[in-house]
Design a protein around this ligand. Structure first.
Ligand SMILES: [Fe+2]
Length: 219
């Protein structure tokens, strides 16, 4: 079975401490919605740079089983018109979403492919259940790619590896706790309010208040 799609939203491990007397809890921010617009329905593509198209094809198609869908070559960079050729390749997940890569050697060097910290950048792909997760882990290790875990995060279980481009790839399956975890936006907003208060001084030191409070260019 092919991988199903992108995994859990960004997981930050913040404990869900809800204070009933917290002003934020009593009067949670109203989520602004555009009444007439359907929310984006999925991920069309997530795009990354690759060192080498064939090396990347090997990993995503031969190791992870995601078929190569297209790999057009372009001679000009969109927008700038610079004549620097590049390839744009796409791999297809089980639900039709895609993962894309750019291969443009003239604007790359090896530093672009250093292994990124998972908090900076990682890609989580969802598999149906834990049995599938463990079967994938075994198959990936047998293909010669180090695949570590599983790690139990409570609402998901995950295994981790790096692709040839320094991108951490996570395979993850939902547990029975997923629905409850994802079903309480008021709790999530309260968590952000508490976290923001706790980290405010540190962030002002690092980024400055203006950078933290910026919301729009129209001010
Ligand atoms: Fe993750």
């Amino acid at each position: 079975m092919r991988l199903q799609g992108f995994g859990h939203p960004l997981f930050n491990g913040v404990p869900h401490v809800v204070r009933r007397n917290d002003p934020y809890w009593r009067n949670p921010t109203v989520v602004k919605k555009s009444a007439s617009l359907e929310r984006p329905r999925g991920i069309n593509h997530a795009a990354y740079r690759c060192r080498d198209a064939e090396q990347t094809r090997w990993f995503y198609e031969d190791v992870l089983g995601l078929p190569l869908a297209t790999a057009p070559v372009f001679e000009d960079v969109p927008g700038t018109g610079e004549r620097i050729p590049y390839m744009h390749l796409f791999f297809q997940l089980g639900n039709g979403e895609t993962i894309a890569f750019f291969d443009q050697p003239e604007t790359a060097d090896e530093s672009k492919f250093a292994r990124a910290h998972s908090f900076d950048r990682h890609l989580a792909l969802e598999v149906p259940d834990e049995a599938s997760l463990l079967a994938w882990q075994k198959q990936i290790n047998e293909a010669g790619v180090s695949c570590l875990g599983p790690v139990d995060h409570g609402f998901v279980k995950s295994v981790y590896m790096y692709d040839p481009n320094g991108l951490q790839v996570e395979l993850t399956c939902r547990t029975g706790a997923w629905e409850e975890e994802m079903s309480d936006p008021a709790r999530a907003r309260a968590s952000i309010a508490e976290w923001s208060q706790r980290m405010r001084a540190e962030k002002e030191r690092r980024f400055g208040a203006a950078a933290i409070d910026r919301r729009s260019r129209r001010r």
